[in-house]
Design a protein around this ligand. Sequence first.
Ligand code: S6P
Ligand code: ZN
Length: 189
Amino acid sequence: MEKLFSIPLLPMDYEKYGALKTRRVLSQMKGLYLDQEAVEKQLAIEDPVIYEVYELPHPNDETDLLANITVLYPGKIGDEFYMTKGHFHLEPDTAEAVIGIAGSGEMLVQNREGVLKSLAVLPGYISYAGGGWGHRVVNTGTEQLVFFAVSGANIIHDYDTAAKLNFKPVMKGEESPHEQGQRAEGAIK
Ligand code: S6P
Ligand code: ZN
């Protein structure tokens, strides 16, 4: 394939350009929420779409980039905001950069020792998590949170380690790592 493309970030018609769309519903990630009673209550009514990922066409070579756009819907399960599953990158444990397109949220990052920090996911912000930081995005707003994520094309997603660490979900009315002063803003370390 040609290793060249140029796609507008908005409007969100990425499939027109060959993007592969994956849809994640609550029943596929129910164990990740702390309030299991709220999960079951919600599933008894319906199984809501939590997010959609558009994987832009790319060759799967180590010299290429995986470029995804995620649409994370607004909502809560009990007191916990809608969020992505969260994962680490297995070898090669490459970094990831996230650019906010619309809405507001946070990228919770946690290393394998359990240290938790939070980065902004907002329009006009680029947030960078180096290798070794597992990541999960939480929609803390009331609109769709749309963000672009880029990392090495040959990464292997490790969801099991992330599920075991269970990044603390951000709850409404509770101080997030952002507000507790652990926000890794600005500084490049
Ligand atoms: C890929 C990047 C994102 C996520 C997407 C869904 O490295 O971090 O594109 O895949 O936001 O999250 P998750 O945790 O379900 O893969
Ligand atoms: Zn990732």
